[in-house]
Design a protein around this ligand. Structure first.
Ligand code: SAH
Length: 205
């Protein structure tokens, strides 16, 4: 996976590649899908949700520019896989999911794989987690029509927010850096995520 799907496609940050080679992806997918764990795509995890394609997880992790001692917010826990990758790259990870059953599954998978220092919360992640702010980096694993304002506000100065921005049908991964002069944006690869619902996303579903 690391060589064929990541390195060959231009993911070159060695820390990201190492992190992704350490996290056992098969332990974050439903048992019936285990043999597809390292396929080049997203996989269903139930409740209409998916575990993201490895390449996209690598792209998000790269754009967060983590060096090891950051506090990170991960919005859209899903399986917990991306939170585990982020835990390899930063010191403190808080992740938020709105589907209670997925929160339970992700907590179990993170505990089983030794990432129980990741804090998994149930709630509307589009509003962030104000009592744990500011964050050095925020990853959003669901599509938003625009950069969620609360998430930008909860960034530390110099902090990076990565979000798939666009319509429900297709988005572009965008890196937003918080600066003294306001947000500085950089567009990256095209992608397709499930929608971010909630106040800072596409609204209620
Ligand atoms: N990072 C995940 C991918 C999950 S897909 C992984 O590695 O497996 C996106 C997830 O975002 C879904 O589980 C969905 O339920 C969740 N989601 C969508 N809107 C949300 C919101 N407002 N707050 C929290 N989670 C949300």
């Amino acid at each position: 996976m690391v060589d064929r799907q990541l390195r060959r496609r231009g993911i070159s940050d060695e820390r990201v590649l190492e992190a992704m080679s350490r996290v056992p992806r098969e332990l974050f997918v439903p048992e019936s899908m285990r043999e597809l764990s390292y396929d080049d795509g997203a996989l269903p995890i139930g409740f209409g949700q998916t575990i993201s394609q490895p390449y996209i997880v690598g792209a998000i992790a790269t754009l967060l520019e983590l060096s090891g001692d950051e506090r990170v917010l991960d919005v859209g826990t899903g399986s917990g896989y991306q939170a585990a990758v982020l835990a390899e790259l930063a010191s403190d990870v808080v992740t938020v999911e709105r589907v209670p059953e997925l929160v339970d599954c992700a907590r179990a998978a993170l505990a089983h794989t030794g990432y129980d220092r990741v804090e998994v919360r149930l709630g509307d992640g589009s509003l962030g987690v104000s009592e744990r702010a500011p964050f050095d980096a925020v990853a959003v694993a669901a599509a938003a029509p625009s950069v969620p304002g609360a998430l930008y506000e909860q960034l530390a100065e110099g902090g990076r927010l990565v979000v798939p921005r666009g319509s429900r049908l297709g988005q572009e991964l965008v890196q937003v850096v918080k600066t003294e002069d306001g947000p500085v944006e950089r567009a990256s690869v095209p992608c397709r995520f499930v929608p971010l619902v909630g106040a800072g996303g596409f609204g209620r579903e």
